[in-house]
Each structure stands twice: as structure tokens, then as C-alpha cells.
Design a protein around this ligand. Sequence first.
Ligand SMILES: O=C(c1ccc(-c2ccco2)nc1O)N(Cc1ccccn1)C1CC1
Length: 394
Amino acid sequence: MYGFAQIALALATFLSTTAASPLRKSGNFSVVQKLNTQFVRSGPAAYARAFKKFNKPMPHDLAVATGNDGSVTASPEDAYDSEYLCPVSIDGQTLALDFDTGSADLWVFSTSLPSSEQKGHTLFDPSKSTNWKALSGYKWNITYGDGSGASGTVGTDVVTVGGTSVSGQAVEIATKVSSAFVSDTANDGLLGLAFSSINTVTPKAQHTFFDTAKSSLSSPVFTADLKHRQLPGTYDFGTIDSSKYTGTITYIDVDTANGFWEFTGSGYAVGSGSFVSSSIDAIADTGTTLIYVPDAVVTAYYKQVSGASYDSSQGGYTFPCSATLPNLTLGIGSYHAVVPGQYINYSPASGSKCFGGVQSDSGIGFSIYGDVFLKSQFVIFDGSSTPRLGFAAK
Ligand SMILES: O=C(c1ccc(-c2ccco2)nc1O)N(Cc1ccccn1)C1CC1
């Protein structure tokens, strides 16, 4: 049975061959077609071409099958999900980048680093890129909350994430990186997804990949579906895949003044305890591993964990690895987002003690809902003219 695709393709082929053929005097003509033996047959590709040719939105699974949607895998870097890395290609050179909704610089390990700092990393080499355009005199320098940092020079290139390619994207070349980045050999750089207002490039701040791609996306959104322990998740650009969540999405307003996906949480509950209403100024940060919340929440949580205590030698709360941890519920408006207790056993600390995935936000200035929280939810980062965050169970 001839489907839409076959008809569209036949029509397109027929028009292209007849249009090129001279009309005969008699006013009617026939064209003998010649089979193109070079053409490798692919049904999905033919089907996808028809949708793209007539600018029709492609069914999601066809898009994924033919790499035409902006879906990219987010693989945990280690057994503790300390960060998630995604393949990004820059003019065909593919690196593993940490997608970070808490920062706004796209920077990469490069051949411009001292060789001692290159070891174990995939390096971007601008001299091998045909589309690289250096931005003369432009520099960047960023310091992260854990004290790590990097700096260097800037250019633009073609950047591809999942099925989405953008040209003229600012790519920040590292000429110096801190020791924490050197030793994290799974990580070849960061792709910032916060607001471009906090991009560190001087003399002119540059756009994030999302801001560059936004106008070509069918919807100005990206979603994070991060997974717990060993499983790859996905970041999608331009679509909200309804197969990735259950129930309804709860949206909450975002305050972009600090350049973060910042919102006000509505409170918390520990285990089966009653919900405590309290306004929590928080950011959704895929680049931060743990949950950092006010002391009142941290104290209430570890009060329910026998043997838990603040261990100054570890710099945070630890507890016996054998402990059964209560769930932590964090309020997003009227939606109660539940973080399973086992997600809060982050990693072994020392001896038979384990390190908590919930820690104090004191000294930061706001709370951070990092990966331990985000991987329990399906999260929509809506970059429309009034930015907002969406959360759903999954
Ligand atoms: O690491 C950062 C972070 C990201 C980007 C920038 C920055 C400086 C200039 C532009 O962006 N500065 C940060 O510090 N965390 C997480 C964090 C964790 C712990 C303590 C403080 N913070 C920002 C998202 C909140």
C-alpha cells in the first residue's frame, strides 16, 4: 500500500525529472526513468524526507530513528551518578560534555592546553575544523561553586547535539583548567544551559547552545530525564516526550535575575511525616550532584536516620551505609515531588559510613536542587518569553 511518504517521494522524483526534460512540439511527452543504483534504500529516511520536504512535524519515533530530533543520551559518569555526560560534536569532533543548567558557558578541553592537563581527555582541535572562526581578543574565565574553574579563548563553529545542529555557536577553548577537571577524565568540558546573561566571555557575552538553537526548535524548550545508577537518561530539545512522564506537569515561574533556573519551592516532608510549608529559594542545576537545602530541612531529614551525624572530616552528613533512608518530598507549588530514600545514599564515605545526598545550603545564598533531586523527576526547562520550569513524576 502506498503511504504518504512513497507518494510524496514519487511526486518529488517525477517533478524533478520531468521539469528537467525538454517539452516536445506535440505538446505531450513521456519520460523514461533510470534507476539510481547508487541510492542506498532506507525506508525511514525516505519517510523522514517526505515530512521534512513538506515541513510536517515528524512522529517522535521516526525522528529518533532518523536522528532528526534533538534527543541526546545523558550517561552517568560513575557508579554514583556524580555527573551526566552527553556526546556533542563540534564540526565532526565528538566530545563528552557535562550539560549544566547552572552555568552558561560551552567550553571544551583543547589542544591549546598544556600537555600535562590534556591527559586522558578527548581534545577539540580548532585547526582541524573547516568551520572554525576564531573571535580575536575574546576570553573567558569561570569559577564554579566547588572551587573548580577554567579559562581560555573563544571562536564559533557548527555544534550538533542529538539531531539539532547550530552554526555560529560560541565554543570556548580551554587554555587552563583546574586540577578537578584534569582528573575527571570522563569529562571533556561543559555545555551551559543556564541563561546567557551569566556567560563569562569578554568583551561580549555569548549565547548558550539552547539560545542559539531556540528559534529553530519547534518549541523553545528542553527536557531532562536523568536516571538513577548506571542507566543512561536523555536531554530532549524542542519537544516534550509524553512517554517519559506520568500524571500531569506542574509548572512554576522562574526568576532569571541571577541567570539561573531559579524558583521558590513550597516546602518539604520527611518520609511519611506531615508536609511543612516553607518558601525555599532554589535553582534547578543539572551540573550540581547533590541537594543543598536550608538547615531546617537537613536537620529534620537526618533526625529520621539512626546513626546519622554531621562529620566535619567528610564535610557533610554521613550515616551507617546499612540505614534505611526515608523519602524526601520537596514541594513545587501544589505538586509534591518525591525523592526516593535510596537516591539519598550518595556514596560510601569512610568505613561503614555513607555520604548523604542531602546537605546544607549554608554559605551558597540559595538552595540547589541538583541531580539527586532531578533524576527522580521529568523536568521541562521552558525558555519561552516567560521562562518557567515544569516537573512531573515518571
Ligand atoms: O557551580 C556553580 C556555578 C556555576 C556557574 C557559575 C558562574 C560564574 C560565572 C558565571 O557562572 N558559578 C557557580 O558557582 N553553581 C553550583 C554551586 C555549587 C556549590 C556552591 C555554589 N554553587 C551555581 C549554580 C549555582
